[in-house]
Design a protein. Structure first.
Length: 103
């Protein structure tokens, strides 16, 4: 499900079953992250899938990338793998106005 920046942030804040998933590259990750995010680079192909398989499917996943394209793709893959609740950050990290942390 695609959520606007505001919807994504407010829903995340109220969700105590949330996991924030960053699907960008290591270099992008090093530019700053949404606090609490875990990294799983979608460009790693099968490695990306292996890391997804280790995650708890009962959690709610808030997924982002730089602009929203890769994270939409990640949400689609996750749905196929049985993840019920995935939320894509529309506009991605480059439009993020919330807190930013250094990894």
């Amino acid at each position: 499900m695609n959520l606007s920046q505001q919807e994504w942030a407010s829903q995340l804040e109220a969700d105590n079953n949330a996991v924030i998933l960053d699907v960008r590259t290591d270099d992008e990750w090093n530019d700053g992250i949404i606090p609490g995010a875990i990294l799983n680079d979608i460009y790693k192909g099968q490695g990306f899938i292996y890391k997804l398989e280790e995650l708890d499917k009962s959690k709610n996943y808030y997924v982002y990338c730089k602009a929203g394209g890769r994270s939409a793709q990640a949400c689609s893959i996750m749905k196929q793998m049985g993840f019920e609740n995935t939320y894509n950050l529309e506009g991605g990290f480059m439009n993020w106005e919330g807190k930013v942390a250094q990894p």
